[in-house]
Design a protein around this ligand. Structure first.
Ligand code: NAP
Length: 380
């Protein structure tokens, strides 16, 4: 069976999980990476997968991606190696997706590769992971209810075959907020490095119909995350990828992402103040921070709730998505998106948000069933 899907960075924490998801689903896929030894070691766990070796040099990547319909980029940091992988996927005639919810990378890729992806008749979907895809789908599903979208459209086929009109185009929303709430958050070494690197960066928030630079943790709110996650929690703004994707399909005056990593108010305030003070620490000092390497089983302890809230005048809606193990959940999402795109015969092309390619409610239900997540819609 020729590989339809190539997983680049297959040897990483998430890459390995994506490969096991594809294997369990019986997909025809190849494992790819820069190290022959590490790819051979992984192949011992996945005997059905083809093996492809390539550094991030473009010609090597295009060769490794030959014949594939979809490239899943699990290699990071995306800031350094995301763009060459995306360019090589397009050159090889394949759709591209990655798991990074990294806002800066997503914004830059949209600016640079939107038209080349569209002209190639291909799809690039950055952020096919917990942080971005789940928030994007949950916000769109909530917005459909406020707009009175017909049930036939909400519950249609999961794959969109035509681009959909933006929600609220005739009467924009006042606010879309997506909060990522964690208990026992365990970050991979790559995740920790991404946090350290972003400490100095101003993020973007969608305000007054445009992206504006904002300081980290500059906005805070109280969000009810549900009984299982400790009820009311303080959340602080952070630069999520959904801030980039949501305004593409929901007409809204404001969109912001928030995070809470602790139930304790005092700790939450301390973390917010720390986040605001970090840009004052010399960049070289944060480069010295050494990530801790958690054991594999520690990732399973993390519980999360993604709370998407939309508001227009006196109408509002909320969806809460609950689950655990953000790395396994993200792998389930990426493997699901890859299989859907590999099987797709027609649909929107170009750089696309999750909700532009998939109907949000059916997508969330399919992924919730596969990843053991709960969905709690409340439509006022
Ligand atoms: N948005 C979300 O919710 C979410 C959740 C989880 C992960 N992620 C994203 O998923 C990505 C992977 O994270 P991870 O925790 O799996 O990282 P990881 O365990 O450090 O794995 C990184 C992978 O990238 C490869 N790699 C690193 N530098 C490379 C280079 N210069 N050339 C080629 N390959 C290179 C590594 O290959 P070697 O094995 O050869 O070193 C490894 O396969 C990151 O972008 C992360 O932000 C996002």
């Amino acid at each position: 069976m020729t590989a339809e899907i190539v997983v680049y960075g297959a040897t990483g924490l998430v890459g390995r999980r994506v490969c096991h998801e594809l294997d369990a689903a019986g997909a025809a896929f190849a494992i790819a990476g820069r190290s022959k030894e590490r790819i051979a070691a992984l192949a011992a766990e996945l005997p059905a997968a083809e093996q492809r070796i390539a550094t991030v040099a473009e010609s090597a990547l295009v060769r490794a991606f030959a014949g594939a319909r979809v490239i899943v980029n699990c290699a990071g940091p995306l800031d350094e190696i995301g763009e060459p992988v995306l360019v090589a996927a397009l050159a090889a005639g394949a759709h591209y997706l990655d798991l990074g919810g990294d806002q800066r990378f997503m914004h830059a890729m949209l600016e640079r590769h939107e038209s080349s992806t569209r002209r190639a008749g291909l799809v690039a979907m950055p952020g096919a992971a917990l942080n971005c895809a789940i928030g994007d789908w949950a916000a769109a599903w909530a917005a459909q209810h406020v707009c009175g979208t017909p049930a036939s459209e909400i519950e249609g086929d999961v794959l969109r075959t035509e681009p959909a009109a933006p929600l609220g185009a005739d009467r924009p929303f006042d606010d879309v907020s997506i909060s990522y709430i964690y208990d026992d958050l365990v970050l991979s070494p790559a995740g920790q490095r991404a946090v350290f690197a972003n400490l100095h960066e101003r993020g973007l928030a969608w305000r007054r119909d445009r992206w504006e630079p904002v300081a980290p943790a500059s906005e805070r709110r109280r969000i009810n995350a549900g009984v299982a996650m400790g009820g009311e929690r303080d959340v602080a703004s952070f630069p999520g990828g959904d801030v980039i994707t949501v305004p593409r399909h929901i007409a809204t005056r404001a969109a912001q992402t928030f995070v809470s990593t602790t139930r304790h108010r005092a700790a939450s305030t301390a973390l917010r103040l720390l986040a605001r003070a970090m840009p004052l620490v010399p960049k070289r000092a944060t480069e010295l921070l050494v990530p801790y390497t958690p054991k594999d089983y520690e990732y399973e302890r993390t519980r999360f709730a993604v709370v998407a809230q939309v508001r227009r005048g006196f109408s509002g809606a909320q969806i809460v998505v609950g689950g655990g193990d953000q790395y396994l959940t993200s792998a389930v999402i990426a493997a699901w998106v890859a299989r859907q795109l590999a099987a797709r015969s027609a649909g929107p092309v170009g750089m696309r948000a999750p909700s532009e390619l998939f109907r949000p409610a059916p997508a969330l239900r399919e992924i919730a069933a596969a990843a053991g997540m709960t969905l709690e819609p409340s439509f006022a």
